[in-house]
Write a protein that binds this ligand. Structure first.
Ligand code: C5P
Length: 231
């Protein structure tokens, strides 16, 4: 189901709760990333879950298959709704992750793969990682691997969502950051699209941080986002 995910890029619990207090009655799907999780630990996940939020735990796991499997088992027990890992950890690691994530009753959170980080340039990929192929080809290859391993989707730019769907099927989820309002600040994001354009391009979930968290009226900005993206 398509939705807007609000990136809670805050340093701690108090700031996070202050931000969410404005949303009386509404319970946005939220993303907890490394900063907030490392500061507050699993308690912040339990607390926001208990308040009725759906949670994307963005910890981007990447380790040997056995370690990732065990770590995913712990994340699954926190009842998060979505979590992620690096596709670069190989298909074996992704399969192990899915195994660890699956609960005894067969249910599990959605599992999404990061392909190549958007901060990685073609040049860095060639020089630092010794990967000589065009970055688009690498991204689609990793997406195919994620799909073959049984994952639910990938994190990508809204501009890549259409191609990912062509390659991996329309039910393979695209979770897309890099979203800005037409009249808003771009910040450090380079290739951005509006929520309406992301919808047109076929994004399944948009991840939106500063256009909502730094807005003068975050609730109005969230509602605008939802209206533009979900129609
Ligand atoms: O504030 P902004 O809307 O740029 O926040 C986007 C969120 O999505 C941040 O939490 C950022 O870390 C995350 N993200 C991203 N680009 C990626 C992967 C994740 O912006 N390729």
């Amino acid at each position: 189901m398509k939705d807007v995910i609000v990136a809670l890029d805050f340093a701690g619990r108090e700031e996070t709760l202050r931000f969410l207090e404005g949303f009386t009655g509404k319970k946005p799907f939220v993303k907890i990333g490394m900063e907030l999780f490392y500061a507050e630990g699993p308690a912040i996940v339990r607390e926001l879950k208990a308040r009725g939020h759906k949670i994307f735990l963005d910890l981007k796991l990447h380790d040997i298959p056995n370690t990732v499997k065990k770590a995913m088992k712990v994340l699954s027990s926190l009842s998060v709704d979505m979590c992620n890992l690096h596709a670069g950890g190989t298909k074996a690691m992704m399969e192990a992750a899915l195994e660890g994530l699956t609960r005894e009753d067969g249910t599990r959170p959605l599992l999404i793969a990061v392909t190549q980080l958007t901060s990685t340039s073609q040049e860095a990929m060639e020089k630092d990682l010794l990967i000589g192929k065009p970055i688009d080809e690498v991204v689609m290859h990793y997406a195919r691997n994620a799909k073959a391993a049984g994952l639910d989707g990938v994190v990508c730019s809204p501009l890549e969502a259409g191609k990912v769907h062509d390659v991996c099927g329309k039910n393979f989820l695209t979770v897309t950051p890099g979203v800005r309002f037409a009249d808003g600040e771009k910040g450090d994001q380079v290739r951005v699209t509006t929520p309406a354009k992301a919808r047109e391009l076929g994004s399944d979930y948009i991840v939106v941080g500063r256009p909502i968290t730094a807005a003068a009226d975050p609730v109005a900005a969230y509602e605008r986002c939802v209206k533009e993206f979900l129609g």
